[in-house]
Design a binder for this molecule. Structure first.
Ligand code: PLP
Length: 399
């Protein structure tokens, strides 16, 4: 990030906190034993591992035995869904309910399961990206084995009614998984109170290290292995534990949860300032729910421009942002999330996601508003589409 001074891509990944980095260091060359070894170096590592497990469980409202360490959010999503599918298949229940706006780690796993003979119902969301508990209830059939609905959307920041959906699933006796990768460490999550059976989280989305995450599975929900081998993680996830990363994750999560209320308040104020500033741009629309929204998420579509050009010019101005169309494969398809909330292709292509962190300042927000205004008007000035819109040859979609 040589020339990047303002980092507004915290939904993609975050900078590690000092506390998390320091929590990792002793486990590289001090306590470096294998937690499975019987000697005291191994046992010191095993104790640290157990300690991390208990601290993470305390943050989520569950017990240490319900925590399985994974390589991140994607692996946790894959294992959660495949485990529920395997449990369902044994009872002849082969239907899974989810939404159209899930992360690809969920959607692609579901696609695979469809090829393997499962039926998948993907619920529509409303224009703000919300699914209702009633929709979930109506979709549940006798052969449903799993409901998987993300806690908060990574693109548009919408927070789903997880507590209510958890209640519906528990009442109907269907397992409930939530991809809470964007939520944990940012908004309050309590797996017990919210009747969540399976939950995925990832450390690098809350200032912890990359390549480590957690799958919470309520006691009694048997996991199936994605990775076979040794007996680590109660036999459910083989491979020598990444202890430094796990220690960093525990520290980052505790820190995020301890400062959550204060941080959310600050971020919400900055977020709203940014939203208000960008609304001054004509023919712009906010994506995602105005209220039920992650504290640090801003996502807009600007008519008549391309998200990619916007990103490059913002990068030149020292701002790291993201666009809905810039998906990992570099594909030109617009975001499935923006399409699901009803944006047409042309509009979805002109999207901009700005995601804040505790380090974001009011000056950053002021500078960003100014920069986006300049870049949008510069790009529109060069756009034939914009010329047609201006001259009335074409009608505005965003009024
Ligand atoms: C980042 C993210 C993931 C993937 O997590 P990784 O740790 O990068 O594998 C899954 N779901 C959501 C909602 C995410 O934001």
């Amino acid at each position: 990030m040589a020339n990047c001074t303002i980092y507004l891509d915290n939904a993609a990944t975050t900078k590690m906190s000092r506390t998390a980095i320091e929590a990792m260091l002793p486990y590289f060359d001090g306590v470096y034993g294998n937690p499975s070894s019987l000697h005291s170096a191994g046992q010191a590592a095993a104790e640290a591992l157990q300690n991390a497990r208990e601290r993470i469980a305390a943050c989520l409202g569950c017990t240490a035995r319900e925590i399985t360490f994974t390589s991140g959010g994607s692996e946790a999503d894959n294992q959660a869904i495949r485990s529920a599918a395997a449990l369902g298949a044994r009872q002849g229940k082969k239907r899974i309910i989810s939404t159209k706006i899930e992360h690809h780690a969920v959607l692609h796993t579901l696609k695979r399961l469809e090829q393997e003979g499962f039926s998948v119902t993907l619920l529509d969301v409303d224009e703000n990206g919300l699914v209702t508990p009633q929709q979930v209830e109506d979709a549940i059939t006798d052969d449903t084995c799993l409901v998987t609905v993300m806690y908060a959307n990574n693109e548009i920041g919408t927070i789903e009614p997880i507590t209510e959906i958890g209640a519906v699933c528990r009442r109907k006796g269907v397992l409930f998984h939530t991809d809470a990768v964007q939520a944990v460490g940012h908004v309050r999550v309590d797996v017990t109170a919210q009747k969540i059976d399976l939950l995925s989280l990832s450390a690098h989305k809350f200032h912890g290290p990359k390549g480590v995450g957690v799958l919470f599975a309520r006691k009694g929900v048997a996991l199936s292995n994605l990775i076979e081998g040794g007996a680590q993680e109660r036999g459910k996830r083989a491979g020598t534990e990444n202890l430094p990363a796990i220690m960093g994750m525990a520290a980052a999560l505790e820190e995020a949860c301890a400062s959550m209320a204060e941080n959310a308040k600050k971020l919400t104020a900055l977020r709203d300032k940014l939203i208000d500033g960008l609304f001054a741009i004509p023919h712009a629309v906010l994506n995602g729910d105005r209220e039920k929204r992650l504290p640090g998420n801003v996502n807009f579509c600007f008519e008549g421009i391309e998200g990619e050009s916007l990103l490059l010019l913002l990068d030149d101005k020292g701002i790291a942002a993201s666009s809905g169309s810039a998906c990992t494969s570099g594909s030109l398809d617009p975001s499935h999330v923006l399409l699901a909330i009803g944006r047409v292709h042309d509009v979805a292509h002109g999207s901009l996601r700005l995601t804040l962190s505790g380090e974001t300042t009011e000056e950053d927000v002021d500078y960003t508003v100014q920069a986006v205004r300049e870049v949008v008007s510069y790009l529109r000035g060069m756009s034939p589409v914009w010329r047609d819109l201006q001259s009335g040859k074409r009608e505005f979609i965003i009024k």
